[in-house]
Design a protein around this ligand. Structure first.
Ligand SMILES: Cc1ncc(COP(=O)(O)O)c(C=O)c1O
Length: 393
């Protein structure tokens, strides 16, 4: 008896492996500093928790919800107008149980055999999962430091572009920490029109962006709605990762296709969670800018601390991550990752976990207070790793 060949595309998550490694180290009495998973350590705003718990105390809310509440859709419409200056209608919105769910099932909604999906390398793993589940072929476009971690469309062969069904982009970028200019989206919309593919923007970090940059919605770019959708997650802006709240917004064709697929395996977002989402979108927003400032302090503490210790790591422009080129005396990410754990107990994520172009990098998550991140950077400096540590002969 066998299982599906499709499983050959998938491995157990890197974060499960890293957690196991962390547990082993702790069992040996080693102290670790966990900077590998991007789970925010900030509290969920009180008014969101209250809205969920009040709704959860009403037994009527435990029925299948089946549909998005009209006031939830309206809350998204108003939020997009206020926050992003984007005009949408309720039928251009559908809830998903996290962008992970939406993007993970998008290939089922959009792809036929022989279709190609264009994905970033390095990139967030669910992009690939969605394409493979949809039976598509994947073509990876590389995000390289020399291109400011933006796609170079001229590097993609014409015959590939003609077969593309959809392309995923995501800025500020996890793992690269790069922000994108509006002009990048304008150019990609031109490509999408020319070659007839959908553009999918994963907008998880528009509120975590630094040095005065403005986070924006892809749908604010003229023509975007005709060629694509955006996944708008509340997870990081409102610290609701476990509540699984996100929306697919934009082209009605894509939104409707995703609704059809979702209706086959999902009976709607739990009503108390819908109420929490309404509270998040319509309630006080001050925590978002306070949190952005705190993430920037953390970025400064870690990247500045690395540079003070002699490790030349550029500042992230956004996201809760730092994408660090490994010190030159190490030959690959895993060698550095192992040496870092041995010398300091600091656990980050090896770059190749996000794709082959992640080789030569490691990713740190800004999930500890600035003082602790500064101390972690000093620990790396004082450990001798940067002067003497090397896997080269
Ligand atoms: C780029 C990116 N997309 C999507 C997600 C997942 O978002 P959600 O919690 O809405 O599933 C994450 C979470 O870390 C992410 O980094």
């Amino acid at each position: 008896m066998t299982v599906s060949n499709r499983l050959n595309h998938f491995q157990t998550g890197i974060f499960a492996d890293l957690t196991q490694k962390r547990n082993q180290l702790r069992a040996q009495g080693r102290e670790t500093i966990d900077l590998f998973v991007g789970t925010p350590d900030f509290p969920t705003p009180e008014h969101i928790v209250r809205a969920v718990s009040e709704a959860a105390s009403d037994p009527a809310n435990f029925k299948y919800s089946l549909l998005d509440r009209p006031d939830l859709l309206q809350a998204v419409v108003s939020y997009y107008a206020r926050r992003y200056g984007v005009s949408i209608t309720p039928d251009e919105v559908c809830s998903v149980n996290g962008s992970q769910d939406g993007i993970g099932h998008l290939g089922l909604a959009l792809c036929n055999p022989g279709d190609v999906v264009l994905l970033p390398d390095p990139g967030y793993p669910v992009f690939e999962a969605g394409a493979f589940l949809g039976g598509a072929e994947v073509y990876y476009y590389q995000l390289l430091a020399k291109n400011a971690f933006l796609p170079d469309m001229t590097a993609i062969p014409e015959e590939v572009l003609r077969r593309v069904k959809y392309m995923v982009v995501s800025y500020p970028s996890n793992p690269c920490g790069a922000a994108a200019p509006r002009s990048m989206y304008e150019s990609l919309i031109g490509y999408a029109r020319k070659y007839g593919f959908w553009l999918v923007n994963d907008n998880a970090y528009s509120d975590i962006i630094f040095d005065g940059r403005e986070g924006f919605s892809f749908l604010s770019i003229p023509g975007a709605k005709e060629v694509g959708v955006e996944f708008f997650s509340l997870s990081k802006s409102f610290n609701t990762t476990g509540a699984r709240i996100s929306f697919c917004i934009g082209s009605q064709t894509v939104v409707n296709a995703l609704k059809v697929i979702r209706s086959q395996y999902d009976f709607g977002m739990f009503t108390p969670i819908q109420m929490g989402a309404i509270a998040a979108l319509t309630g006080p927003q001050e925590s978002i800018s306070a949190q952005r400032a705190e993430y920037q302090r953390r970025r400064d503490a870690l990247c500045g601390g690395f540079r003070a210790a002699g490790w030349n790591v550029p500042d992230s422009q956004g996201t809760m991550f730092v994408w660090a080129p490994i010190p030159p005396q190490f030959s690959n990410s895993m060698a550095f990752w192992n040496a870092l754990v041995d010398h300091t107990g600091i656990l980050c994520t090896p770059g190749p976990a996000f794709g082959p172009a992640g080789e030569g990098y490691v990713r740190f998550a800004l999930v500890r207070p600035a003082e602790q991140l500064a101390a972690a950077a000093r620990l790396i400096g004082s450990s001798g790793l940067l002067e003497h540590g090397s896997d080269r002969a």
